[in-house]
Design a protein around this ligand. Structure first.
Ligand SMILES: CC(C)(COP(=O)(O)OP(=O)(O)OC[C@H]1O[C@@H](n2cnc3c(N)ncnc32)[C@H](O)[C@@H]1OP(=O)(O)O)[C@@H](O)C(=O)NCCC(=O)NCCS
Length: 154
């Protein structure tokens, strides 16, 4: 799928021609490098190449990347476990933000998960991440105050 992103602010003046596609194993180093500079990294397990390769091997459609002329500038994971759908790692490189790329990645992920039978989507967002919260809000997601996340490290 080809998608053209026209700048929607005066700050960004170029047009970015980006392809949204599923990730390949040889993308893993670029994906990890992008997440270091662009993703929400606090309070979560550390990403490893092996973990991302395992994801791609288990579900080749889950990790979607925004590819700008061979450079990965955005990602989302559209996770489906056969029961529920979860979104992870929505991230856009700082140089490519405010052009609708995150919304395009999210739309692609939503399309996939709806086709698989998901009836509700969710994402974990840090309470302090107001930038991250802005996109979920913009795209129709609402905070669910009556639930807390319970975790156990393995
Ligand atoms: C959040 C993030 C993915 C947005 O990427 P993006 O490509 O710039 O987002 P888009 O251009 O598609 O913007 C979509 C909407 O998000 C909101 N938004 C995005 N950036 C914003 C900003 N700097 N200030 C306010 N609202 C913002 C707006 O509502 C925007 O819609 P609009 O352009 O119609 O106003 C990007 O800033 C990012 O990678 N942040 C760090 C990682 C992160 O926090 N990810 C979410 C974790 S849950």
């Amino acid at each position: 799928m080809r998608a053209k992103f026209r700048p929607n602010t005066a700050i960004v003046t170029r047009m970015v021609d980006v392809t949204l596609r599923t990730a390949r194993a040889d993308d893993v180093p670029q994906v990890l490098a992008l997440w270091l500079v662009a993703a929400e990294n606090s309070s979560r397990p550390t990403d490893t190449g092996q973990a991302v390769e395992t994801l791609i091997a288990r579900d080749a459609e889950a990790l979607v990347v925004a590819d700008f002329d061979g450079v990965i500038v955005g990602t989302i994971i559209a996770g489906w476990d056969g029961w529920r759908a979860h979104l992870y790692r929505l991230a856009v490189h700082p140089d490519y933000r405010r052009q609708g790329m995150a919304m395009a990645l999210l739309a692609r992920a939503e399309q996939r998960l709806a086709a698989l039978g998901a009836t509700r989507l969710d994402a974990m967002v840090l309470d302090e991440n107001s930038l991250g919260q802005s996109i979920w809000q913009r795209c129709g997601y609402r905070r669910q105050p009556d639930w807390s996340r319970w975790v156990k490290a393995l």
